[in-house]
Design a protein around this ligand. Sequence first.
Ligand SMILES: *Cc1c(COP(=O)(O)O)cnc(C)c1O
Length: 344
Amino acid sequence: MISFYPGPSKIYPSVESSLQEAFQSGILEMNHRSEPFMNLLAETIELLHQKLNIPTEYHICLTSSATECWEIVFQSFVKQSSHHIFNGAFGKKWYQNAIKTATFSEFDAENTIATANIQKADVYCITQNETSSGTQVSMQDLWQIKGELPADALVAIDATSSMAGVDIEWQLADIWFASVQKCFGLPAGMGIMVYSEKAYQQAIEVNDRRFYNSLLFIHDNFKKFQTPYTPNILGIFLLNDLLKKLEKIEQVADKITQRANKLYSFFKNETSLELLIQNESVRSDTVLAFKHPQIDLLKSQAKKAGIILGNGYGNHKETSFRIANFPAISDEEFEILKQFFLKI
Ligand SMILES: *Cc1c(COP(=O)(O)O)cnc(C)c1O
């Protein structure tokens, strides 16, 4: 079966041998304060900087999921209030998880983020790639909206379904996060958080140290290449091994954008499928969403052809399906997908 599900999603085939290597290396049985573990963590963070072009002045830590990162933003970075700008289910869920004062501005999924009605806050929360509707906020639009926000506020961006697939301009925000089961093409169970020195300074001001996952506590541990709790050592090993094999993000992102363009024109010109979003300029490169009148029938036909399509999500759950354009999925697999849609 080929999975086009946008998370958990197709895993890079090389992970199979990495799993075995992890087992044989003995690292999985080692203490997480031991030298070998600290070396593994140090190297993994260095590789993230290198392969994803994360500037050296940004800090990186690992968490257990993107959802946990939502919570860390509230606990450790928000002073008084956050303002959430979203157009779909994931952005809304982040807002609904708020444990401090939060406001929101919802914009239409057919429009750009520039149409949002911004309110005052000390942390602005934006979802760069809205996995539920298959839309993305371009780097250009992010620059524009950043210019309209108070200069001393933090910008926090959920890039869960784009990090490692899209070439992120890190300076656009103070906090970025994702989890590994989407564009990273790894088994679920880990989140990655990237944050600026400015964000760290705001966390010092907030001074939250109440929780096991308070940012300051995580930060102090990661600076020693340790973790506050026994981490997902296997997940870290797999991430490390994958990053060594991956091309730099410019190359990966280039392929993803080109493939997205080809897919969009294929579906438009050669099939009768209807995309969920009509405005081409806001459609996502990494998650394609379609309207469909007979989702269950389509999914079962696909299954017979060895293809797993992604369900709809949120408001579009019953009336749409999604296809991940993640780097771990090969061009050959997309050919099989195209053949399927040409036949039915
Ligand atoms: C998948 C997803 C999440 C949730 O990720 P978890 O790893 O399950 O916590 C959050 N935000 C977006 C945009 C997502 O696509």
